[in-house]
Write a protein that binds this ligand. Sequence first.
Ligand SMILES: Nc1ncnc2c1ncn2[C@@H]1O[C@H](COP(=O)(O)OP(=O)(O)OP(=O)(O)O)[C@@H](O)[C@H]1O
Length: 325
Amino acid sequence: MRPAAHAHPAPPPAGADDFVIRVEGLEKTYASGFKALETVDLAIRRGEIFALLGENGAGKSTLIGAICGLVRPSGGRILVDGHDAVADYRAVRAKIGLVPQELHVDSFERVMDTVAFSRGLFGKPRDPAFIEGILRELSLWEKRNDKIIALSGGMKRRLLIAKALAHEPTILFLDEPSAGVDVELRREMWQMVHRLRARGVTIILTTHYIEEAEEMADRVGVINKGEILLVEEKTTLMRKLGRRELTLHLREPLAALPDGVAGPALTLAEDGRSLTYVFDSQSEDTGIAGLLRSLAEAGIEVRDLATSESSLEEIFVSLVRGRPQ
Ligand SMILES: Nc1ncnc2c1ncn2[C@@H]1O[C@H](COP(=O)(O)OP(=O)(O)OP(=O)(O)O)[C@@H](O)[C@H]1O
């Protein structure tokens, strides 16, 4: 059975090419018999930054591997810019740059050579000026003649990105780009991703680091146990699912909530000094006016109040944890 349609984008009219990747009814069962992907439908827009969020083992790498032609699907199909990812594997790989989590290259090779070699693998003509541009952009130019073995962990990450960009892909996959990366490199990577997007490159990143999705993505997809739970504009997601909280700091501590004030959305802090009220920011009537009135009627004086919005992290956790097992 197909999973219920969760906010998937509507299919575009025939001939329209605003979706650069289309995944239709994709299934993957590994040789062990383990079903890593249920029926996955996903469409990625040309030029967007899409974050695929999921916990360890959710199926992110399997899904990316299938799109890149590295994992053979058990069912369904994948089109990348109109090319079938299985039948037309070479055309698909030429369009895609993949930044894996770890480096699998000969450690004694030199930086510049390995990046130029990556370009050659895709049959692209030599272009030293282009390679120089990439190395400079990633602060690797000074290290161009260094052996990979001599690079720091952060430099190796930069090299992985340089190698992925060497053949001028129009789609870039970043698998957990922030894993094991320091704050400075993370910032630099985010800036680079935005520059690439400005040049028209479509970017798909997997992460379980929510701040990354919150900071970068145009759209977010949540995957759990091989199933896409939802795909949504990041801002819409945060607005729709975000609960807001109002904290009321009381002038005098309360031992308990009086009957006329108590309700399921209201909790009294353990120390009795503040009240927390949860409300739906989309609702016409948030109930705040009524709450303040009943507090006043009960003689409870409010010293100060503050609101907060739930973060993408809270939304994600409630989505994934809230699913029936
Ligand atoms: N070759 C394989 N054979 C059998 N099972 C596999 C294979 N590769 C992955 N799996 C299983 O498929 C599930 C999804 O794995 P996948 O690597 O796609 O998850 P992920 O979301 O990328 O996780 P992580 O964040 O840990 O990288 C996991 O339960 C994993 O153990």
